[in-house]
Design a protein around this ligand. Structure first.
Ligand SMILES: Nc1ncnc2c1ncn2[C@@H]1O[C@H](COP(=O)(O)OP(=O)(O)O)[C@@H](O)[C@H]1O
Length: 181
């Protein structure tokens, strides 16, 4: 079973995935895979990124997962294009801005990502593309705490009855639309 951990850059996907890897979960760091295996069609120099070739990414992820029915977590802000079940990490814009600045992102890149978070871009895409979407707030919380929530959701999904976790992590809980700076 593939579970996507998605969210705007800086919401803490990789930090959470590293914790989960330490707890025995299998994780595919999709952005590394795309870069290392050249699964992209273009290099966007201006935005310092690559344009992924999602057909090739999908087939490579399927190849790596193979017949393994245990959980594989896909770490990427594009994992919702591949997985049917996704967990969207969310961070209040003011905190996200600080995290991205601390990462030395350029001002336009900080602005672009914070605006995307304010406008729920990844959440909206996830709801459009995926069968099951959960949302976890990371604001003011450590990655360990967030990892606990992610594990709770995975357990709910695996149990076959996600009613309780769905009520706790239902998507659409934030309105940061007024916070665009
Ligand atoms: N829950 C959190 N609270 C505070 N800072 C965090 C949290 N999760 C991640 N960070 C910090 O934010 C930055 C981005 O985290 P990262 O896990 O790389 O995010 P992503 O994979 O979503 O881009 C890192 O500097 C990390 O240490």
């Amino acid at each position: 079973m593939i579970i996507g951990l998605t969210g705007t850059p800086g919401t803490g996907k990789t930090s959470v995935c590293r914790i989960l890897e330490g707890r025995g979960y299998r994780v595919i760091h999709m952005n590394d895979l795309i870069k290392n295996e050249h699964l992209y069609s273009e290099v966007d120099e201006e935005r310092d990124t690559v344009v992924a070739d999602m057909d090739r990414v999908l087939s490579r992820v399927c190849e790596l997962v193979g017949d393994d029915e245990s959980v594989t977590i896909l770490d990427s802000h594009m994992s919702h294009y591949i997985a049917d079940i996704v967990i969207v990490l969310r961070t209040a814009p003011s905190e996200l801005k600080k995290r991205l600045e601390a990462r030395n992102y350029s001002d336009p890149k900080v602005q672009e990502n914070v605006e995307a978070e304010c406008l729920d871009v990844i959440l909206v895409e996830s709801v459009e593309w995926c069968q099951l979407v959960y949302e976890v707030d990371t604001t003011g919380r450590g990655a360990d705490d967030v990892a606990e929530d992610v594990e709770r959701i995975i357990s709910g999904v695996l149990s076959g009855d996600d009613t309780l976790v769905y009520s706790q992590y239902k998507p659409g809980s934030f309105d940061w639309s007024e916070e665009i700076f």
